[in-house]
Design a protein around this ligand. Structure first.
Ligand code: FES
Ligand code: FES
Length: 207
């Protein structure tokens, strides 16, 4: 979950277009055959929901199962998982990339699914919290969360565990400080950070 920012390019100052006065706006905005003339551009009649294109088709693998759906292009991966596939383990906390409650793995990498457009995932492999256990056998990190009592309300826990799996796979478990750093994108309102870090250590084999 890197946060690289492209270098800001120097752009010459742009003169803002002069804002129309209220009187001019009203004068140039008139009904015209069900449409409107705004600033010289003729807008068509309102588009009804039934006329909106259905969106795009996307095929991806979720927890080992191939899924193909047609979705609105604006659908986030989180909404695809929760609303279309019924996989409600990934939580919608902030829906803005700030809390990590929605963390899933895409092709083995941690992502905030609330910020990921589902239509861009053609052919991708997605792993959610529901895909970690093997039948009745918990993933070692799920077991470690129980052993270390690393949760209270549990809302952040699916995201913490999936993120911890990513952290271990990436090899960022060399020290407690390193784990804390690489798990810092996952917030816990209950303040279970010490035990979460211990659970990741346990699953990584450092305890
Ligand atoms: Fe995605 Fe908070 S819900 S980061
Ligand atoms: Fe409650 Fe983390 S256990 S928010």
């Amino acid at each position: 979950m890197s946060t690289e920012h492209p270098a800001e390019a120097e752009t010459p100052p742009v003169e803002p277009p002069s804002a129309p006065t209220r009187r001019a706006f009203i004068a140039t905005t008139t009904a015209a055959g069900g449409g409107a003339v705004v600033g010289g551009v003729v807008a068509g009649p309102p588009v009804h929901a039934a006329e909106v294109p259905p969106g795009s088709r996307v095929s991806l693998t979720v927890n080992g199962a191939r899924r193909t759906v047609t979705i609105d292009n604006r659908t986030s991966l989180l909404d695809l998982l929760r609303e279309h596939f019924g996989l409600t383990g990934s939580k919608k906390g902030c829906n803005a990339g700030a809390c990590g409650a929605c963390t899933v793995l895409v092709d083995g990498r941690r992502v905030n699914s609330c910020l990921t457009l589902a239509v861009r995932l053609e052919g991708a492999e997605v792993t959610t919290i529901e895909g970690l256990a093997k039948g009745d056998r918990l993933h070692p990190l799920q077991q470690a969360f129980i052993d270390q009592d690393a949760f209270q309300c549990g809302f952040c826990t699916p995201g913490q565990i999936v993120s911890g799996v990513g952290c271990i796979q990436e090899g960022h478990t060399g020290s407690a400080e390193e784990i804390r750093e690489w798990m810092s994108g996952n917030l816990c309102r209950c303040g279970c950070y010490v035990k979460i870090e211990r659970a990741v250590e346990q699953a990584a084999g450092r305890k």
